[in-house]
Design a protein around this ligand. Structure first.
Ligand code: SF4
Length: 289
């Protein structure tokens, strides 16, 4: 009998659940107006499709600012769970659109911290993934904030502050963050470090690191655009290099050859993955012979 372990936490994190609730509440409040999310509310297509069915449109995969300029004057807009740039907010306000914010509390806390340190005259090194909306919200047009892209070398010469604040995107790889902190500490010994990886991300990664040695396949259920799901796959590959691991969105992504002779499968999932996606995969695996 094949053993299947569904790792905790599973299902929506608090930030994702809250963002979905806010979006639906906004539509309930404005039933006769068009409601648009400016970006993907959370990085999961199933969620985006469900919102569309609820009457909430999502603007993504295009230049959001250009699209916003085309909206009807009585449109209602919602900012995503990842935060948004000051530039986008200025545009929305200048157009007089009614807006709501579905930003996660943890992301908001980081943005407040950045502004707090900037106001005290400090510089900020923000460790994140270039192009991710959360990193953009924290760094774009933010004078004194420098993006340390996890995939590139950082130019330390641009930092003038001997004790800058160092903080990070909430969904980074916990091991990579530790390495980057070490590099920064060597160059700027007085830097002030704040590890801002959220618990929803950290616990999921730790539970993959601590998997039983009998696990012979690791499946991460999540959208390919989800940062925290991709980090889970990264962790699985780094800590269990001899165990095959895959990021899948649904049963359709499962290669049956991969399941041959697998007796102990671990299933991890991203913070924006619906429980229903995990349940369908478990059911399929239980019936696979
Ligand atoms: S993964 Fe973390 S930061 Fe992102 S929405 Fe969930 S709780 Fe918030």
């Amino acid at each position: 009998m094949r053993k299947i372990d569904v790792l905790e936490p599973k299902g929506y994190c608090a930030g994702v659940a809250n963002a979905i609730r806010i979006a639906k509440d906004v539509k309930d409040k404005h039933p006769h107006q068009e409601v648009y999310v400016l970006g993907m509310l959370v990085h999961n297509q199933i969620v985006i499709d469900e919102l569309e069915q609820y009457g909430i449109h999502s603007i993504y995969g295009k230049d959001i600012e250009s699209e916003v300029k085309k909206l009807a004057k009585d449109s209602v807009v919602i900012y995503t769970a990842h935060g948004h740039t000051k530039r986008l907010e200025s545009l929305v306000n200048s157009l007089g659109l009614v807006s709501y914010d579905a930003v996660c509390g943890k992301v908001k806390f980081n943005l407040t911290l950045i502004n707090d340190y900037l106001s005290k005259g400090h510089e900020v090194i923000y460790i994140g993934k270039s192009g991710h909306p959360e990193a953009l919200a924290a760094t774009l047009d933010m004078e004194g904030v420098y993006l340390y892209d996890v995939d590139s070398e950082f130019d330390f010469a641009q930092i003038q502050d001997p004790s800058p604040l160092v903080l990070n995107q909430t969904t980074l790889n916990i091991s990579s963050l530790k390495n980057i902190h070490q590099k920064i500490a060597e160059k700027i010994p007085q830097a002030e470090f704040k590890d801002e990886i959220c618990n929803a991300t950290r616990l999921r990664q730790e539970n993959i690191i601590n998997l039983s040695s009998s696990v012979d396949l690791i499946l991460v259920v999540g959208d390919t655009r989800s940062s925290n799901s991709n980090r889970l796959l990264e962790i699985a590959k780094a800590y269990h290099p001899n165990v095959p691991s895959r990021l899948i969105n649904s049963v359709k992504d499962l290669d049956s050859n991969l399941l041959e002779n697998k007796n102990h499968i671990a299933i991890a999932s991203g913070a924006s993955t619906p429980i229903s996606s995990i349940d369908m995969i478990v059911e399929y695996l239980n019936n696979f012979r």
